[in-house]
Design a protein around this ligand. Sequence first.
Ligand code: 2P0
Length: 327
Amino acid sequence: MTDEVQATAIAHVNVALVKYWGKRDAELVLPWTSSLSMTLDAFWTNTTVRFCAEAGEDEVMLDGVPITGVPRRRVTGFLDLVRSRAGRTGRAVVHSVNTVPTGAGLASSSSGFAALAMAASAACGLSLDATVLSRLARRGSGSASRSIFGGFALWHAGHDDESSYAEPVPSVGFDPVMVVALVDTAHKAVNSRDAMLRTVETSPLFRPWVDSAAADLKEMRDAVARADLDTVGEVAERNALGMHATMLAARPAVRYFAPATVAVLDAVLELRRAGVSAYATMDAGPNVKILCHRADAALVAEAVDAAAGCPTMVAGVGPAARLVVEL
Ligand code: 2P0
């Protein structure tokens, strides 16, 4: 075995159009519902993993700063999983750089664990196909299973480790953008892992939302395949607001809406009344992602600015995760 081995991977953030919210099995990260996402070109994580021969503590750096506590344990636990698959021992050094604010509901864990899964497995000499890689990334963070793929990806909930993985969804000619309204990029008060657990355990609206998700998924898959932005948008908006309703009904409530969030949601309704195809989705944070045609992106950004005075970024459909070839 080589003493020191390393690999670098880049994975892009994805935003779910039909959401994952709630685990049936926390250890294996098996979700209650299947979900479907769009990978974004504008936000990604670049991660280098080096495995050393000597024993010792793993070193995990995010944006040049060592991470500690629970986030660090999630990474080292994931590295243990990769080491045990590869039959490798010795410490790891991980350097990760995010182009997206971490922990602010901008899906940094989706790109983060997808890049980590790809870089760590390659550094160990494991040659995994995209399905196996998706299953591995899922163990780090559920949404990461989808960031292995570019374009649109469907994560099958499955019923065990083998059957729970993502795959690409056909989407010929579908090229929308998401205008991301950066309402607040500070670290959120309740992280998504804790929020979804509380929702599953206490929200009387959780089961009805799970029951409605199957129809949303089917409608979404068909609409993506025929590049039908209005149906994609309608289903995405109702699915996301339904997910937030489950959280609002949790005990105690999990509420990610800020005043500016509501102002942006109002602006989206105004845009639709004016005939613009613009639809909102939100994740575990106050930021709003507005799906629209590329030609309308500037108009949507202006409306957000006028309504809430917050900055926006425009993201198109992004590529699959990939290894960076070192020269
Ligand atoms: C999603 N989110 O489908 C949903 C919608 C947030 C709202 O996946 O506990 O970081 O690591 O599996 O993937 C965020 O949760 O959760 C998420 P874990 P994850 O994108």
